[in-house]
Write a protein that binds this ligand. Structure first.
Ligand SMILES: NC(=O)c1ccc[n+]([C@@H]2O[C@H](COP(=O)([O-])OP(=O)(O)OC[C@H]3O[C@@H](n4cnc5c(N)ncnc54)[C@H](O)[C@@H]3O)[C@@H](O)[C@H]2O)c1
Length: 407
């Protein structure tokens, strides 16, 4: 069985275990669904589940600019006949017209400039993608009168550092420590605005630390893929802090499960809720598990805690998701971890190609470098950017899209 077939089989198996009710299958069957950021860690699994739900008569349109990996290779996009991949940017009018030509009736908005440290190094791009890109998409969504707009929000962006555990949806913090967190919270607020003002049926899903097949390691990626990557290379796992910190690691299929339900249940509309495992794992225990599973004998090391990382614990309450959309995480940590390790080993060659560990450029370095004085005059270096967000959007823009986009 090749790696794509294995991944499909895993998702199929998971969906079977879910035993979704008949009405959910009927609801999704034959639809056109748009997944932004679909080539990413979570979207690449969501697209497989949706492909199964919409069936032969439906389609899943995936748009992604592949900015999260080192090479422009849609390796994470499973080649299924009803999945259409568009290499494009949510900030681009041309690309938006292209995907809206497919008449999506449900949108899962997962594209983001991921994540905390990245947003510190590149704050403007973070806001450009996560705020302006989202507004662009929301505009298209309301003009297209979609049935549902599901937003990938983040638990770390809403609850700040001083909330009581388990984290409940009613608590909101203004003490956020990175541009990513600020932008993701702003994303929720824009969803709420479009719901209130235009009655766009939005749902804000607050994810907690995802892990599982589909997430390549990288400079700005999560701890689990990075630990596995380093351990497989026989390197010491660096713990930023004491190691007693905990995270609510959520297997990616469980997030997909929550998203599928968020796209269906009427009770979810206009709401926000956590999607998590509802359990805690200590980072130190995680490091030991990774070293054991990979046979890495190099001792763990401790490095200074990152200034923005002010959360000693993360544990979500999942009560609201259970109540509103009948959500239930199915995969226990040891099991998801085993699947994750196996996926890493199966895809090791590819992972080494796409893993992006180029050193992050701090904004201080960048500003000194990009605006330099030549003989007393300021020389401004052009920064490559996506399409400029200036053209007004009208209803006709949505239907008269251009076709000139790479796929
Ligand atoms: N992974 C987590 O633990 C976690 C936790 C909380 C919230 N989230 C949110 O869930 C969503 C998905 O997360 P993920 O882990 O799959 O991230 P990811 O980085 O793997 O996937 C996001 C995808 O968006 C794409 N992208 C970035 N900018 C884009 C643009 N301008 N236009 C089109 N595509 C663009 C990237 O290439 C990437 O493939 C994100 O919105 C993230 O903020 C993730």
């Amino acid at each position: 069985m090749n790696n794509y077939a294995k991944r499909i089989a895993l998702v199929e198996d998971y969906l079977e275990k879910l035993a979704l009710k008949k009405e959910i299958f009927e609801y999704y069957r034959g639809r056109s669904i748009l997944v932004t950021g679909g080539a990413g860690a979570i979207g690449s699994n969501l697209m497989i589940a949706l492909s199964m739900l919409v069936g032969k008569s439906g389609k899943v349109v995936v748009i992604d600019n592949l900015s999260a990996i080192k090479v422009k290779d849609p390796w994470n996009v499973t080649p299924l006949p009803n999945i259409m991949f568009v290499l494009g940017d949510v900030r681009s009018d041309i690309d938006m017209k292209r995907v809206f030509k497919e008449n999506p009736s449900i949108i899962f908005h997962l594209a983001a400039f991921f994540a905390n440290q990245n947003s510190i190094d590149y704050p403007e791009t973070s806001a450009d993608v996560d705020i302006l890109g989202q507004i662009r998409l929301l505009e298209y969504a309301r003009l297209a009168k979609v049935d549902r707009f599901v937003y990938a929000s983040s638990g770390c962006a809403i609850y700040g550092s001083f909330a009581e555990m388990p984290l409940k949806e009613g608590f909101i913090s203004m003490h956020l420590t990175t541009p990513y967190q600020i932008n993701k919270m702003t994303g929720e607020m824009y969803c709420n605005f479009y719901h209130h003002h235009y009655e766009l049926p939005i749902v804000n899903c607050r994810f907690f630390n995802s892990y599982g097949p589909g997430e390549a390691p990288g400079q700005y990626r999560n701890v689990i893929p990075n630990f596995i990557y380093w351990a497989m290379q026989g390197r010491s796992l660096p713990i930023t802090g004491s190691g007693k910190e905990t995270r609510d690691f959520t297997f990616v299929f469980d997030l997909v499960h929550g998203l599928v339900r968020a796209g269906y249940y009427q009770e979810a509309v206009g709401e926000n809720f956590n999607l998590a495992s509802g359990t805690e794992t200590r980072i130190r225990d995680l490091a030991s598990m990774v070293n054991d599973a990979t046979g890495n004998r190099v001792p763990i090391s401790f490095v200074e805690r990152r200034k923005w990382d002010t959360k000693p614990r993360l544990l979500a309450s999942i009560e609201k998701a259970v109540r509103l959309v009948d959500y239930e995480p199915l995969v226990e940590f040891w099991e998801g971890f085993r699947i994750n390790i196996e996926w890493f080993k199966d895809n090791w060659d590819k992972i080494q190609t796409v893993a992006d560990f180029t050193p992050g450029m701090s904004s201080a370095v960048r500003s000194a470098d990009s605006i330099c004085s030549v003989k007393g005059k300021a020389k401004v270096r052009t920064v490559a950017s996506a399409n400029v967000l200036h053209s007004p959007i009208t209803s006709s823009t949505v239907t008269s899209g251009s076709n000139s986009i790479t796929q």
